[in-house]
Design a protein around this ligand. Structure first.
Ligand SMILES: NC(=O)C1=CN([C@@H]2O[C@H](COP(=O)(O)OP(=O)(O)OC[C@H]3O[C@@H](n4cnc5c(N)ncnc54)[C@H](O)[C@@H]3O)[C@@H](O)[C@H]2O)C=CC1
Ligand SMILES: C[N+](C)(C)CC(=O)CC(=O)[O-]
Length: 464
């Protein structure tokens, strides 16, 4: 599959990374001579962050090309994403070119933050709004607005690259999410202009409190809980009247005078000017990866964590009866490294535990089997740490079944670096089959026992 990225700035660069790291070929058209360097830097950050969201490897990267000619960039494209600056006349000019050269089968998406499809298509273009959020390679939300059939096709494609398509029912200026962002931005500008708070104090008010709530429950679920046992009706009765008290400046927007711009830019420099934009991006990405990974862990996942869990299901490679078995292929996430600058020892246990889980699934001791009250417990592990590995390293685990006899299962795992096959760690792991009700060891179900014994016999014969 091929994506053409028209405009490779902050958002176009993020789109290029999202498609490329999900295995698409990407062609970029941007007249800025600096575009290639900027996209290269965005890609370096994306490669470090995105694969770490998953417990298994993403597809092999596609091919990235840069083009001086728009027609060449869109040739053979399945998706064309316009991300030029937010000026309607510029978008119209770009669409006029795109309509002439884009294959009829390709979807044309616009990253516009606020224009409606009817405005974008005034001159006969056929674009839909596909509005992403920065950083496009990490945040799943994508607002789709426009022709219903095209949006349905678009949603399937975007789900396939790990995004969360939200179809907007009716076109409206600034779609859904930017209506909120504008409201918050407007209030924040007033608070700075009126000398009530600095940029830093406003950021603290968000990140120390409601910002954390919003990432996992949104607005309405959070307020339902805030209504206590009496719920949403009580919450609305108590806080509804505040809307007409002066708790908000409503639609009144402060004028962007030079004085206000200098005030805000100056405070922002004092707050964050000690870090470069790329450093701030890496800090943001590391925090987002940690938060998104945390949101994956409960049940089927919460909020954006659920989207990553669902995407991951399609990424697991099928397992065959090879000897040894390739049980893990993954990248080391940024939050797995410690003060020594390498993967923490505890995480090796996680990797080998994941490898054992894959063996269990392979022999039929899967989620249904566990729900039936049977499982395996690890009774002993002996890990040897042989070489260091770091955030972003691609690694894999090869596993041999060294014993499969009744309730006893013994596994030998070798964790290796993907780039050169270098041995990173080994693990000798002994597991016992258990009854989850009595919490005592017991023989496996006959079919699982037969699979384990067959695997052990095959592995005893040696590598295929
Ligand atoms: N920056 C943000 O936070 C977000 C921006 N957006 C939307 O994404 C779009 C792009 O915004 P940014 O990436 O922030 O802007 P940007 O200024 O970072 O990048 C725009 C890029 O378009 C290129 N460009 C200009 N004219 C062009 C042309 N005729 N053909 C091809 N490329 C051209 C520029 O050289 C530049 O690299 C806008 O519609 C914006 O509303 C959407 C979500 C978030
Ligand atoms: C500021 N903005 C309107 C361009 C923001 C967006 O459109 C989405 C985002 O990433 O915040």
């Amino acid at each position: 599959m091929k994506a053409a990225i028209i405009g490779g700035g902050v958002i176009g660069g993020g789109w290029a990374a999202r498609f490329l790291l999900n295995g698409w070929d990407v062609a970029v058209f941007d007249p800025d001579p600096e575009a290639e360097r900027k996209i290269g830097e965005v890609l370096t950050n994306a490669r470090r962050a995105l694969p770490g969201l998953y417990e298994t490897a993403l597809p092999a990267e596609g091919q990235l090309t840069y083009h001086r000619d728009l027609a060449e960039a869109v040739t053979g494209a399945d998706w064309v994403q316009e991300s030029v600056p937010e000026r309607l006349e510029l978008k119209h000019k770009v669409f006029a070119d795109l309509i002439r050269h884009t294959p009829d089968t390709a979807i044309i998406g616009s990253s516009t933050s606020g224009f409606k499809p009817s405005e974008l298509n005034e001159n006969g273009a056929r674009a839909i709004v596909a509005h992403p959020f920065n950083p496009v390679y990490l945040l799943p939300l994508i607002e789709l607005v426009g022709d219903a059939d095209t949006c349905t096709r678009a949603a399937a494609i975007l789900s396939g690259i790990g995004m969360f398509p939200l179809k907007v029912r009716k076109e409206i200026d600034a779609h859904i999410a930017d209506r909120f962002l504008e409201a918050v931005w407007r209030e924040a500008l007033w608070l700075v202009k009126d000398g009530i708070a600095t940029t830093e104090e406003i950021d603290e008010a968000i990140r120390m409190g409601f910002g954390l709530r919003w990432a996992q429950m949104g607005l309405f679920e959070t307020y339902r809980v805030a209504g206590g046992e009496a719920g949403m009706k009580h919450f609305m009765a108590q806080f509804g009247p505040c809307l007409s008290w002066p708790w908000t400046k409503l639609m009144d927007v402060p004028e962007f005078t030079d004085e206000l711009v200098d005030l805000i830019a100056g405070q922002s420099d004092a707050q964050s000017g000690h870090m470069s934009i790329r450093e701030l991006e890496r800090l943001r990405d590391d925090n987002l990866v940690s938060m998104l990974r945390a949101l994956k862990t409960r049940g089927a996942g919460s909020g954006a964590g659920r989207v990553i869990r669902e995407h991951e299901v399609d990424l697991w490679p099928a397992m065959t009866d090879a000897v040894p078995l390739r049980t893990v292929t993954r990248d080391v996430p940024v939050d797995w490294t410690d003060y020594n600058g390498h993967m923490n020892e505890g995480r090796y246990g996680q990797v080998f535990s994941d490898a054992a889980d894959r063996i269990m699934i392979h022999v039929g001791a899967d989620a249904g089997y566990i729900a039936s009250g049977l499982s395996y417990f690890t009774a002993e592990t002996n890990i040897r740490y042989i070489d260091e590995c770091h955030a972003g390293d691609a690694v894999y685990v090869d596993t041999t079944v060294t014993l499969g006899e009744g309730k006893k299962l013994r596994l030998w795992h070798e964790m290796k670096r993907a780039i050169d096959g270098g041995l990173l760690a080994t693990c000798d792991q002994f597991l016992l089959h258990v009854d989850l009700i009595t919490r005592k060891s017991c023989p496996p179900r006959a079919d699982v026992e037969a699979r384990i014994e067959a695997l052990a016999a095959l592995h005893a014969k040696g590598a295929t």
